[in-house]
Design a protein. Structure first.
Length: 147
């Protein structure tokens, strides 16, 4: 004898996955580039103070660079910036707005740099929360040399 199946309560809709949400920015890359505010100079002053060095001449990796807001401001302070961005649409906006900044299409969870000493500083600006810390922490720690 089998027991009758009881009705199940409705399940809440599944939220989109973390990766899906992160990729959603590509659909609005132009609007993002036009509307996203920059960063105050005091932020970069604090980075210099904490790093114990000037950004001028520093080799900086800007991971999750998006449309290049932080990349452009870092470059304006004299940093030699390499931008890393996984989204094609965001990368296109970065290239259009900052054509002189080298751009690598990659994720912060898997940085494609064999020469880990090629960068003095690594930053994620507004992108750290889109990474998987179990993967991105070893990547971030492995990129810059010990300061």
């Amino acid at each position: 004898m089998t027991s009758p199946q009881l009705p199940q309560p409705p399940q809440p809709p599944q939220s989109p996955g973390h990766t899906t949400l992160a990729r959603a920015f590509g659909a609005v890359a132009g609007q993002y580039a036009a509307a996203r505010p920059g960063y105050p100079p005091a932020l970069f002053d604090a980075v210099e103070e904490l790093a114990g060095r000037s950004l001028a001449g520093a080799r900086v990796l800007d991971v999750g660079a998006g449309t290049g807001i932080a990349s452009g401001l870092l470059r304006a302070r004299g940093a030699r910036v390499t931008a890393v961005e996984p989204s094609a649409a965001m990368a296109a906006e970065l290239r259009a707005g900052h054509p002189g900044i080298p751009l690598v299409r990659a994720s912060g969870d898997a940085l494609p740099f064999a020469d880990r000493a090629a960068f003095d500083l690594v930053g994620y600006a507004q992108a750290w929360h889109w990474t998987d810390p179990a993967r991105s922490v070893p990547e971030a720690v492995g990129v810059p040399p010990a300061l």
